[in-house]
Design a protein around this ligand. Structure first.
Ligand code: HEM
Length: 151
């Protein structure tokens, strides 16, 4: 059964962090687009966040909690594992509670009457960049902890 939960764990952070990097690349590439095309890119980003990042982060949390049961019972959690757990929990919560809902709001925006970006766009985009950077950084800290942090 442990193998199954490790699989869910690995699939989860692949979807979460992969989707996060795809979001970053798509958002940056769309910067030069005309308003209507730029908003269309944010509709795709919304789908990436909703279908890949959200479920991926939830899968990491769920499988991480299941995998940590034996360590909790023993009361002996190695340092790298503690760091992975704390950074992973903070990152996944940031992704699910701020990043995914903000991406959903951006995905619903339409061009204004003059064919420009709507007023709400810049503020939502700043919130998205902030939340996704924090969540992604915590995800990467967890990844470094479970690899380089074991030495
Ligand atoms: C993005 C965040 C995370 C990444 C990249 C990550 C990565 C990994 C990796 C690669 C392993 C396999 C380690 C091995 O067996 O050699 C692992 C195992 C594990 N993870 Fe995570 N993890 C993350 C978040 C979490 C969270 C949030 C928790 C707990 C709440 C958690 C708890 C565990 C536990 C208990 C194991 C099993 C360790 C063992 O028995 O060897 N992880 N994780």
């Amino acid at each position: 059964m442990r193998g199954f939960w490790i699989l869910v764990h690995v699939l989860g952070f692949t979807l979460w962090l992969g989707g996060g990097i795809a979001t970053m690349v798509a958002g940056l590439s769309a910067k030069g687009f005309a308003p209507a095309e730029r908003l269309a890119a944010y509709k795709l980003i919304g789908a990436i966040q909703r279908i890949l990042v959200g479920p991926g982060a939830m899968a990491v949390l769920l499988s991480g909690l299941v995998l940590s049961m034996p360590y909790m019972k023993q009361g002996a959690v190695p340092g790298w594992m503690g760091l992975m757990m704390i950074a992973g929990i903070l990152g996944a919560l940031g992704a699910v509670t701020i990043s995914v809902p903000t991406a959903a709001k951006l995905a619903r925006l339409e061009v204004d009457a003059r064919g420009g970006l709507p007023e709400a766009f810049q503020a939502l985009r700043k919130r998205q960049i902030f939340a996704a950077t924090i969540a992604g950084t915590f995800g990467l800290i967890a990844m470094f902890a479970v690899t380089l942090g074991r030495w």
